[in-house]
Structures are given as C-alpha cells and as structure tokens.
Design a protein around this ligand. Structure first.
Ligand code: PDD
Length: 287
C-alpha cells in the first residue's frame, strides 16, 4: 500500500506529493507545523494542537488556511487512506509560493501539507529504561513559543546529542538554566517531590504533552511547580524526564554523563508515564 499525503486540496501518493520550489516555507522557513499522536484511531489532544497552530499562525499574521472542521476531516481522511490507527500526523502550513522577496507577498495562498505514518507506541510504562541527555547553549531565536518550521538549531543540537550517544539535547540559557530539549520539554522532580518544568515564556514551546502531564500530575495529587531549574540542580535531582507528542514521558538517567537518581527512571516518572499512556489509550483524548 502506498502512502498518501494531503497537499493543497489533493490526496497524492507520497512520491508525487510536492510543493512549489518557491514555497516560502522552503526558502524562508516562513511556516509553522504541528505533530499529533494517534492512538487507537483517536487524535490525542487534537483541539489543543489546533489552538496552538492558530497561535503560531497569528504570530506570522496568517489565518488558519482551512476551517477547523475541514482540518479535522482532512486529518481523518489521511489517517483512513494510510490505515493509521496508531501513529502520528504531521501538519504544516506555510505562507505559500511567491517570487522570492523577504516581505510578505500580496497574493500568496497558504500551502497546507498533512501526512501520517504508523508508529508503535510504548506498550507499558515499565518499557522505558531511561535515556541520556547532553546540554548545549541555547542559541535559538527569542520566539521558541512559535512552532516554526525553522528548526536548524534544533536539528544541529539533536544531531550533536546523537553523535555523543545521547537521546536528546537540553538547551541551557545564559544563566545556566535549562530551557527545553531540541524537540521535547524538560522536567525534574525536586528534593521535596515536586514535579518541576520551566514556566511558559517565549523561550520555550508550550508543549501539549507538557500541559497534559501537568494536569495528570495534579489529578494524581502530585505537586507541580512551573519554574526554571539549573543544569546543576537537574544533575543532582532525584529524577528527570522529558515529554513530547512522540516521546510521551521518558525517564532521563544521565545528564552530561552524570547519573540521575538511581540510574533508572524514578517512581514519579514511571507513574506519570503510566498515567499518560493510560490517557492516550483510554478515551479521554480530545477533551
Ligand atoms: N516537537 N519543545 C520543542 C522544541 C518541540 O519541538 C516539541 C515538539 C516540544 C514538545 O511539544 P509537544 O508536547 O506539543 O509535542 C517541546 C515535535 C514532536 C516535533 O518537532 O516533532
């Protein structure tokens, strides 16, 4: 079965799915995107993803290219045509094609691409042995809250991490405080048992998984603090973990070669992973 992509109103085989050479996403990174997980046929947190897409587009002074109802329908159709019940959806919106010139073109029509692919999500919370992260200076632009396709620093950081045998790169700001990972949000559990993740400012992406995990943690009676933490605090913390749409909740067992906690995902991390997996599987999606 060949994969099918949605491109500007048409469903095309992947091999035939193309965008214009002068698409402003290609030439200027003048576009934004969303990635959502699909579990048992449901798009997890679809509405928050669409809310964030609208916020990102607003920063580019663009409107949603299709009404939400149409985007939901296109998503269902792409999932159906690709027979994806467990997997991910990628949605990208750019300012579209125009003769190359920096200011916004008068007449470009936003370009929309939607793809889906199957992914085998983790079966059990205990599946996670934990991963290593390495730190690097955060040299990104000041508007990391916009989910822009301009991901070069993130790509370079992730590649550097992988070359050092780590799963993720943690960005650190000029004050030595962790902002986030190259494609994940960063968390620790502090000595008082509080679950800590950086507060939302323009220097991190407001992760949909982050928000969901905050809610699940509070429902489970865990105290959550949204505040910055330093790299040193994270290295000395009893637990650390990361979250994202595609990584779910994953324990961190090493930061720049320093073992975190016992060297295995800690109890709060495993509990939150369990709660998030359960949330994805058992029908509370789209709330
Ligand atoms: N990345 N921070 C950054 C820089 C990200 O790119 C992402 C997501 C996150 C986590 O956000 P969410 O929980 O909404 O997935 C944090 C996606 C998965 C990606 O680029 O593939």
């Amino acid at each position: 079965m060949s994969r099918i992509a949605y491109v500007n109103g048409r469903y095309l085989r992947h091999d035939d799915a193309q965008v214009h050479v002068e698409d402003r996403g290609y030439q200027f990174s003048d576009g934004v995107y969303e990635v959502a997980a699909v579990c048992r046929g449901r798009v997890i947190d679809e509405e928050p993803h669409l809310d964030r897409l609208e916020c990102s587009l607003a920063e580019l002074r663009m409107d949603l290219p299709l009404p939400r109802s149409a985007l939901r329908l296109v998503t269902r159709e792409v999932l159906r045509r690709n027979r994806v019940r467990d997997g991910m959806v990628y949605l990208q919106v750019t300012r579209g094609a125009a003769a190359r010139d920096h200011p916004f073109p008068e007449e470009a029509i936003g370009a929309v691409v939607l793809t889906a692919r199957p992914v085998r999500w983790p079966e059990a919370a205990a599946d996670d042995g934990g991963v290593a992260v390495v730190s690097m200076p955060d040299g990104r632009w000041g508007r990391c809250d916009v989910k822009s396709v301009s991901l070069l620093p993130n790509v370079l950081a992730k590649q550097a991490a992988r070359e050092q045998g780590a799963y993720e790169a943690w960005f650190v700001d000029a004050e030595g405080r962790v902002t986030e990972g190259s494609s994940t949000n960063a968390w620790i559990v502090d000595d008082a048992g509080r679950v800590v993740t950086r507060d939302l400012e323009s220097n991190i992406l407001g992760g949909i998984t982050r928000q969901r995990v905050i809610g699940l943690a509070r429902e489970a009676g865990l105290e959550v603090a949204e505040r910055a933490f330093t790299l040193a605090e994270a290295q000395a913390a009893p637990e650390a973990f990361l979250t994202s749409t595609t990584s779910f909740v994953r324990g961190i067992v090493s930061i720049d070669g320093h073992t975190v906690g016992s060297g295995a995902p800690g109890p709060a991390t495993v509990r939150l992973r369990e709660l998030y997996l359960d949330y994805c599987r058992n029908g509370r999606a789209n709330r």
